[in-house]
Ligand binder design. Sequence first.
Ligand SMILES: [Zn+2]
Length: 292
Amino acid sequence: MKKDSFLKYCLYILLSLFAVACSTGERKPKIVTVTIQPQKYFAEKIAGDRFEINCIVPPGSNPEAYDPSPSHLVHLGKSIAYFKIGHIGFELAWMDKLAQNNPDMKIFDNSEGIDILSGTHEHNEEGNHHHHFDADPHSWSSPKNARIIAQNMYKAFVSIDPNGEKEFRKNYENLLLEINRVDSIMTQRLAPVSETMFAIYHPSLSYLAKDYNLHQLSLEYNGKEPSAFYLKKAVDIAKKNNVKVIFIQQEFDAKQAESFAAEIGAKVVPINPLSYNWSEELLHITDAIAGQ
Ligand SMILES: [Zn+2]
C-alpha cells in the first residue's frame, strides 16, 4: 500500500467512526448528493431546510476526471438520493459503482428532457472514439436548461419527501423567477453582440452560445491539449472572426490560452462555470462577452 493510499484509508476509518458517533445525536436533515456546485445551488434553494445537500466534486476539481475522496464516499453512504447532472466523466466512470454500494439510494437524472448537444469531439483516424466527449455535459450554462434542471429537482424532492411538496413548490417558483431574471438580462445584453465569436480553453459554454446566437471557439481539441497544428488553425479562425476575448478556467492550464490571446490581441478572462453562485457567474460571463 502506498503512503498516500494508506493515509486515505486511515482517514476513511476515522470518518466512518465519526459518522457513527454523530448519528446517535439529534436528528439531522436527510442528505441528497449532487455532482457539481451549480446543482448544489439549485438544490439548496428548492430543498430549504428539509435536506442537506452534499456536493461530491469539490470546488476547483474537474468533474470530467474526478475520483471521489473517502469523506465524500462516507457522506454518499448516508444519502437517500443522488441527483446526476448527466453525461459527465465522473458519473460515467463512477455511477454504477456508487449505485451498487448504496442500493437504497434513489438516482435521478437532472438533465432528463434537455436537448443534449454532441461534444466538440471528433473521431480519430482509427475510427475510435472516447465516449466521454460524445455528449456535451455542460447543460447548466444556459438558463433555458437550468429551468429544466430545476423542474427535475423539484419533482425528485417531491417524490422522496411528499410532505414537503408545498414548501418545495414555493421555493421552486422563487428559483424560476431568479433564473428568468438572469435569462432576460442575458437576452438584453447579448442581443447587440449576436453572432459574435468568443474563444475558450475548455468548451463549457456550448449551450449558452447556442441559446444566445453566439459562436464558441474551443482551444481544447477532443478533450485534449491542442496540437501546434490545431492551434495555428484556431488563430486563423479567431483573427478572421475578430475574437476579442478568451475564457480560461481554473481546472485547466492557462499557458496556451495566454499565448493564443497575445497572438490575436484578445483579452484573457478567467471564468468559473462550476461556481456555486450560478446567477452571478453567468452574468459575469455575459458582461465579458457583451463588453468586447
Ligand atoms: Zn467541462
